[in-house]
Design a protein around this ligand. Structure first.
Ligand code: NDP
Length: 506
C-alpha cells in the first residue's frame, strides 16, 4: 500500500529524529562516562552545567571518556545496549509482553472480584459491627441494589463534575511528552471544582435538602457506579481499537481482551479536549469521597446532635488530603497512572467506586458506631498524620518541581545522577532517604485515619492494609518500568538509595 504524502513526510522526519536521537544518545553516553569518571552523583545541573555541553567539551581525551574499571565497563555496555530500544520506543507502542497483576487470568478475576470486595465490605460494616468475621445480612431484593433515584444521583454528580471540569477557569498545563513527541494540554481547575462543590453542599444544607438520602442509597449508588464502570470501560476499549498505535498504553497492549480491558488499552482517551482519565482520576470519585464524609457528619448532626471529635479529625484529615491533590493537580501528570497505565476497568472502577465508597469507610464507621478516643490519643494521631503529610508533600513537590525544571535554583543543593533518557534521578533530599518517600508519607497518613476507629473492629483498618499492599506492589511495578527505561543508571540509583519505602527496614 502506497504511503500517503503526509505519512512519507512523517517517516522522513522520524528518520531525521532517529539520526538526531542517535547522535544525542551517543553524546549522552559519552557524558555519562565522563560524569562517572568524576564520581557517581553530581549536584543538580546548574545553568552553567548546561553551558558545559558546548562543543569545546568534546575535546576531552577518549581515554578519559571510558573509565577503565570492570564495573563501569559493564554499566557502559549495558547502557549502550539500550540505544536501539530507546529509538524503537519513541515510535510505536510495542506489544505488552511482561504481564502484571497475574496476566489475563489475574485481570479477569480482578475485574470480577473488585466489585465483590466493595459489596462485601459495605454489607459487613453497619451500625452493629464492622468485621468480616460475622456473616453479614445480604439483601436479596433488586430494589436494595438498584433504583432510579440513586442512578440519577450518580449520573447527576458525574455530569456536574464534568461541567465544572469544562469551565474555562484555572491554568492550562502541558503533560509529559508523548511517544509521538507531542504534549497534551490539561486544564487544572480541580481546586475550583472542589470549592464550588463545597459551596453547593453548603447551599443544599441551607435549603434543607435531604443530603443524607445519599447515605440511605449507598448500596444502590455502588451498583450504579459498578454498572457505569463496566459500560464505560467497554466503550473505552472499543474506542481504543480505532486509535493510532502510538496512542495505546504500553501496559495494556497485549492483544488479550480481558487484560487490555482491565489495564486499559488507550493511554489518554479524549473527547475533543476533554481528557477522560485525567477527569476521572481526581474529580467525581475524589470530590465524591469528600462529599460522603460531609454527608456522614450531617447525618450524625441530625441524629445525635454533634459529631464526635474522632469523626471530625478523620474527615478533616481526608478533606485536606483531597484538597492537596486538587491544589497540586498538575502533579498527577507525572504519575504512573497518567504516564504508563491505560484507562481501563482498573482505573475507572478504582476512581469512581473503590475510592469514594471504600476510602470513606472509617468516617462511615465512626458515624455508625459513635466511637471516640481521649483527646491525647487524637492529638497523637493528628501528629502522625502531620508527619505523614509533611513527608508526602515534601517528597512529591521536590520531585515534581525537579521534573518541571531541573535548573530550579531552589533545588540546586540536591544531588542527582544522569540517565540515558536525558532525565536525571534525584539521590539526595527526600529521594535519598528511600526510593519512594512519597509512599512512606501516604502509608503513615492511612494509618492515622484508621487509628481513631480503635482496635475493636478489623474493617476500619482495611484502607491502610490494602494501601500497604497496593504501594508495595506499585513500587515494584514502577521499579521494573524504571529499570527498563533507565537501565544501568537505575541500577546505580538503587545502589546509592538502598531502601525501597521504609528507611533501614525495606
Ligand atoms: P511517583 O510519584 O513516585 O512517580 C514515579 C515516577 O517518578 C517514576 O516512574 C519516575 O518517572 C520518577 N522517579 C522515580 N524516582 C525518581 C527519582 N529518584 N528522581 C526523580 N524522579 C524519579 O509514583 P506514583 O505515581 O505511584 O504516586 C504518586 C503519588 O500518588 C504518591 O504520593 C502515592 O503515594 C500516591 N498514590 C495514592 C493512591 C491512593 O489511592 N491514595 C494510589 C497510588 C498512588 P520519570 O523518571 O519518568 O519522571
Amino acid at each position: 500500500m502506497a504511503a500517503s504524502p503526509s505519512k512519507k513526510k512523517e517517516g522522513k522526519s522520524e528518520t531525521t529524529k532517529v539520526k538526531r536521537s542517535r547522535s544525542r544518545t551517543r553524546s549522552r553516553s559519552r557524558s555519562r562516562s565522563r560524569s562517572r569518571s568524576r564520581g557517581r552523583a553530581s549536584r543538580s545541573p546548574s545553568r552553567s552545567s548546561k553551558a558545559s555541553k558546548s562543543p569545546s567539551r568534546k575535546s576531552v581525551s577518549p581515554l578519559r571518556e571510558r573509565t577503565p574499571t570492570r564495573r563501569s565497563l559493564r554499566l557502559t555496555l549495558k547502557s549502550d545496549n539500550q540505544e536501539p530500544l530507546m529509538e524503537k520506543e519513541s515510535k510505536v507502542v510495542t506489544k505488552t509482553r511482561n504481564y502484571e497483576f497475574g496476566g489475563p487470568v489475574g485481570a479477569y478475576f480482578m475485574t470480577l472480584m473488585l466489585p465483590v470486595v466493595v459489596y462485601a465490605i459495605t454489607f459487613s460494616c453497619n451500625k452493629k459491627s464492622c468485621t468480616i468475621l460475622k456473616m453479614p445480612r445480604i439483601p436479596t431484593d433488586v430494589k436494595s441494589y438498584l433504583d432510579v433515584e440513586a442512578t440519577l444521583i450518580f449520573l447527576g454528580w458525574f455530569a456536574f463534575q464534568a461541567i465544572l471540569y469544562m469551565l474555562p477557569l484555572g491554568r492550562v498545563v502541558e503533560g509529559q511528552p508523548l511517544r509521538n513527541g507531542k504534549r497534551l494540554k490539561y486544564r487544572c481547575n480541580g481546586f475550583i471544582a472542589l470549592m464550588i462543590s463545597l459551596a453547593a453542599f453548603g447551599l443544599a444544607i441551607h435549603f434543607k435538602l435531604l443530603v443524607t438520602r445519599v447515605h440511605d442509597k449507598l448500596l444502590q449508588l455502588i451498583t450504579t457506579g459498578t454498572i457505569f464502570s463496566f459500560v464505560f470501560s467497554a466503550v473505552l476499549y472499543i474506542k481504543a481499537r480505532k486509535v493510532p498505535k502510538s496512542a495505546l498504553a504500553p501496559g495494556g497492549n497485549s492483544g488479550n481482551f480481558f487484560y487490555d480491558f482491565f489495564l486499559g488499552h488507550e493511554l489518554n482517551p479524549r473527547i475533543g479536549d476533554f481528557d477522560l482519565k485525567f477527569f476521572c482520576e481526581l474529580r467525581p470519585g475524589l470530590i465524591g469521597w469528600v462529599m460522603l464524609n460531609l454527608i456522614f457528619i450531617s447525618k450524625t448532626c441530625m441524629e445525635s446532635g454533634s459529631p464526635s471529635p474522632a469523626l471530625m479529625l478523620v474527615a478533616i484529615c481526608q478533606i485536606i488530603y483531597v484538597a492537596d491533590a486538587l491544589w497540586f493537580e498538575d502533579a498527577v501528570l507525572s504519575t504512573m497512572d497518567i504516564l504508563h497505565d491505560g484507562f481501563g476497568f482498573m482505573l475507572v472502577f478504582g476512581d469512581l467506586v473503590w475510592v469514594p465508597f471504600l476510602y470513606s469507610l472509617q468516617t462511615r464507621f465512626l458515624m455508625e458506631s459513635g466511637q471516640n478516643l481521649p483527646w491525647y490519643c487524637l492529638a497523637g494521631i493528628a501528629l502522625l498524620n502531620l508527619v505523614g503529610y509533611y513527608i508526602f508533600r515534601g517528597s512529591n513537590s521536590q520531585k515534581n518541581e525537579y521534573r518541571k525544571d531541573p535548573y530550579n535554583p531552589a533545588l540546586s543543593h540536591l544531588e542527582s545522577i544522569p540517565t540515558g533518557k536525558g532525565k536525571r534521578l534525584l539521590v539526595s533530599g527526600w529521594w535519598g532517604l528511600c526510593r519512594k518517600p512519597n509512599y512512606l508519607g501516604d502509608i503513615l497518613m492511612s494509618v492515622a485515619w484508621s487509628l481513631p476507629c480503635g482496635f475493636g473492629n478489623i474493617l476500619p483498618f482495611f484502607y491502610p492494609l490494602y494501601f500497604f499492599v497496593l504501594l508495595i506492589h506499585r513500587e515494584r511495578r514502577d521499579a521494573a518500568q524504571c529499570e527498563k527505561k533507565y537501565g544501568a543508571s537505575w541500577d546505580r540509583y538503587c545502589e546509592r538509595v538502598k531502601y525501597r519505602i521504609f528507611p533501614m527496614i525495606y
